[in-house]
Design a protein around this ligand. Structure first.
Ligand SMILES: [Zn+2]
Length: 271
């Protein structure tokens, strides 16, 4: 499968890969800064990722979380570059032992492959000495970390951003935690955001601020409807439209209902 798009921003390079080309949720960007790789990409795209990874020597691979679109080439990259990837401590067991994914995810990304990792330290360095700080940002996944480069004012956001609004959530996502994570990241002094799905956002802080505001607006509307006696299924339809293929094909793992149920639980509306 081809490389769908190449990216370059200062000394950051990226390749977008994906079996299906139907938007940001089915394609993935592997980023490289010198000899450092950020995330490994999906296994069914190994051929394309291997071509990219082989262009230059790789000294370190940093994983943001265990999800298979981010991590499933890690074992192959480890072998190719003779390295042990860094992963958040909370990701390591899942990465080592493997885990099951729903059929739709298997179709889009392939089957996750187990990989042995080493625990990510509190700070890491690029080949030119630039500091990179892992920031724990749970919500989308318990183990998700973003990577902050203070001297560059860059944020590699894992799956914290993806889109300026949210319409679906996975059944294991926690919206209140996600909002707290966005708030804590917005306190950092960054400008450019590198999202492995959306791409490179030069006004990244503004985009992440807009996401926080959009989600809070949705939460407010959902809670107002609930307070006026509307039942949850009706709130879903009124605010997000009827449930579609996504919920059916994922066995409700990824649905609008999950989104509204989480929106109804939010109590902190601070921006
Ligand atoms: Zn993820």
């Amino acid at each position: 499968m081809p490389i769908r798009k190449k990216y370059q921003f200062e000394n950051v390079e990226g390749v977008r890969v994906g079996r299906l080309n139907s938007g940001v949720n089915t394609t993935f960007i592997v980023y490289r800064i010198g000899d450092t790789l950020i995330d490994a990409g999906p296994i069914n795209q190994w051929r394309a990722v291997k071509g990219f990874v082989s262009e230059k020597p790789i000294r370190q691979l940093l994983l943001t979380h265990h999800h298979e679109d981010h991590s499933s080439n890690a074992a192959s990259i480890a072998k190719l570059a003779n390295i042990v990837p860094f992963a958040p401590e909370l990701s390591q067991k899942k990465l080592r032992e493997g885990y099951k994914t729903p059929i739709l995810q298997k179709l889009i990304w392939g089957n996750p492959q187990p990989v042995i990792t080493q625990t990510m330290p509190d700070e890491l360095f690029l080949e030119d000495g630039t500091k990179l700080v892992p920031i724990h940002t749970p919500g989308h996944a318990k183990d998700l970390h973003c990577f902050f480069l203070p001297e560059k004012r860059w944020l590699f956001s894992g799956d914290l951003y993806i889109s300026k609004s949210l319409r679906y959530m996975r059944s294991d996502e926690n919206l209140a935690q996600l909002l707290d994570s966005i708030r804590s990241v917005l306190k950092l002094d960054f400008e450019v955001l590198f999202c492995p799905h959306r791409g490179i956002l030069e006004d990244g802080k503004q985009a992440l601020t807009a996401k926080l505001e959009n989600i809070l607006t949705l939460c407010r509307k959902a809670q107002d409807l609930k307070a006026s006696g509307t039942e949850t299924p009706q709130i879903v339809v009124e605010l997000l439209g009827p449930e579609d293929m996504m919920a059916r094909m994922t066995g409700n793992n990824f649905s609008k209902r999950n989104m509204i149920e989480e929106a109804l639980k939010v109590t902190d509306f601070s921006a």
